[in-house]
Design a binder for this molecule. Structure first.
Ligand code: SAH
Ligand code: SF4
Ligand code: F3S
Length: 479
């Protein structure tokens, strides 16, 4: 497709960094697809390929909901679909290259079938460098839209399909919180529920504050209504989502908003509540109490620490020290001894020394995480860390990641020994990905459990006796 720069709305990272204060407001009636659009997809299929975090998974579910409202049916594979959406993640370069690889491989298909429509949305679309690259090298991409104007997707798709032209519309500033968008949920056992959008933390390595805009909380009543809907639809678990859930309600002027919300979610009576992601800086002790007091708030916490070195944490702009993190950890373990703890870690932040890396290992030995997502630092264009001098060779970073991963696996496997012979409550998601004869699901502790049992346990909470343990999963038998 030819470029039509004049009619494009392109992302602007400087504008994306701006923050306004006060409530963003909520928009309830924005999404009203007209009759024309609801027939756009008749006889056609779609495929949504989602990368990145659970917030992106939830966006993918909204896109699928809109496509089905427009009459499209879901295809099994991207190659077969009439409309393919790449709902992308920008958090690391490797993820971006993967998307470019996949989009690149569709070029011959597009040449043969020019009527197929390829779209890129999500966090990558918010990056000026990415959109420039798409315009220069990926003529097979017909539509680019961003994270702030998902509600516009049906109109934009309609434009592409009827006017046969390339459309690029990426807003750099977030608008209001938009309610009442359709959704096609990807899981029948649990549901993702956004409680807030955006991030104001500006960790120096991270692109998210630029791609997702400022923190905007949804109204408590809208969140609770979504959870009740999940429950009424037979789903057992609500997964509350936000880049930094502990900041929930700040923009609405609610004091200790997250704990209050969590308690209200507990009161809905849904079987399980989890939440991602917490930030150590804003953690309130009342949240731990709520976790303890409500049996349906799961006793597992994902609390990213990133590094064990105070110097690195400072340069990351994380706003806490290794000691404050350890204290928080101690406090939680003291109040809820059975709590499981997971985290995110970055190695090879610009000029990280051996000593600083050792501090991360020390912290891992202290907290003995049940699971950790570990990454090699990846420079992101336009972020402060990308401008920092980096003297550490790539091989050293890789080596550090390996050392860290070995240590993490050791602690995880040690932690899991205690489950052998015990009976855990597992929310069964269905047959395991690797073996259709085995069921899989997550225990209350958020342990992945692969187990033998009858197929009708799908979407049920089963009692499973643990017969084997590994570092990152357990084996068992349904009772
Ligand atoms: N809001 C969450 C996580 C967002 S991104 C939080 O604050 O924890 C998920 C994880 O990706 C981060 O916790 C961090 O460990 C990692 N990450 C983010 N930016 C990165 C970068 N530039 N390079 C490597 N890892 C990064
Ligand atoms: Fe990124 Fe930090 Fe915000 Fe998490 S809290 S999304 S790591 S800026
Ligand atoms: Fe990735 Fe955007 Fe989520 S950068 S981690 S998809 S917020």
């Amino acid at each position: 497709m030819k470029n039509d720069r004049e009619n494009y709305i392109l992302p602007d990272q400087r504008a994306a960094a701006k923050r306004t204060r006060g409530p963003a407001g909520t928009e309830y009636g924005l999404f009203q697809p007209d009759r024309l659009i609801t027939t756009l997809g008749s006889g056609k299929t779609y495929f949504v390929r989602t990368y990145g975090c659970q917030a992106n998974v939830r966006d993918g579910e909204t896109l699928a909901g809109m496509l089905e409202m427009m009459g499209f049916a879901m295809a099994e594979r991207a190659e077969d679909a009439d409309v393919v959406i790449f709902n992308t993640c920008a958090v690391r370069q490797a993820a971006e290259e993967h998307v470019f690889g996949e989009v690149g491989s569709l070029k011959p298909v597009k040449l043969k079938h020019p009527e197929k429509v390829y779209c890129i949305c999500g966090c990558m679309a918010q990056e000026p460098v990415v959109v420039e690259r798409i315009m220069a090298k990926y003529p097979q991409v017909d539509l680019v839209f961003g994270t702030h104007n998902i509600d516009r997707f049906p109109d934009l798709l309609h434009q592409v399909m009827t006017e046969k032209k390339r459309v690029i519309e990426v807003l750099s500033e977030e608008g209001r919180v938009i309610e009442n968008l359709p959704v096609r949920r990807s899981s029948s056992s649990k549901g993702f529920v956004n409680i807030m959008y955006g991030c104001d933390k500006f960790c120096t390595y991270c692109i998210v504050p630029y791609t997702r805009g400022r923190e905007r909380s949804r109204k408590q009543e809208d969140i609770l209504a979504e959870i009740r809907e999940l429950k009424a639809g037979g789903r057992r678990e609500a997964v509350l989502l936000g880049q930094n859930v502990n900041a929930y309600g700040k923009d609405l002027g609610i004091e200790d908003g997250f704990t209050k919300l969590l308690e209200a979610c507990g009161e809905t009576g849904i079987d399980r509540i989890r939440f991602y992601t917490s930030h150590p800086r804003d953690y309130s002790s009342t949240t731990i109490l709520a976790m303890k007091n409500y049996p349906n708030i799961m006793k597992s916490l994902h609390l990213p620490v990133q590094s064990g070195s105070d110097e690195i944490l400072k340069r990351m702009n994380r706003g806490y020290t290794a000691d404050t993190y350890k204290k928080l950890y101690d406090e939680m373990k003291a109040l809820i001894p059975e709590i499981t703890f997971t985290t995110d870690l970055i190695v090879g932040f610009p000029s990280e020394t051996d000593e600083q890396f050792q501090k991360t290992l020390d912290l891992v030995d202290y907290c003995k995480f049940d699971l950790a997502y570990s990454f090699v630092y990846s420079p992101r264009a336009g972020t402060p860390a990308a401008r920092m001098e980096d003297t550490i060779p790539a091989e050293v970073k890789k080596e550090r990641l390996q050392i860290l991963n070995d240590r993490l696996a050791y602690h995880a496997s040690q932690n899991n020994q205690k489950y052998l012979g015990r009976t855990l409550k597992v929310l069964c998601e269905g047959p395991s990905k690797k073996n259709p004869d085995i069921l899989s699901g997550y225990s209350e502790e958020n342990k992945l459990v692969n187990f033998r049992g009858s197929a009708d346990l799908k979407d049920q909470i089963a009692d499973v006796r643990i017969t084997g343990v590994h570092s990152f999963s357990l084996d068992g038998e349904a009772l």
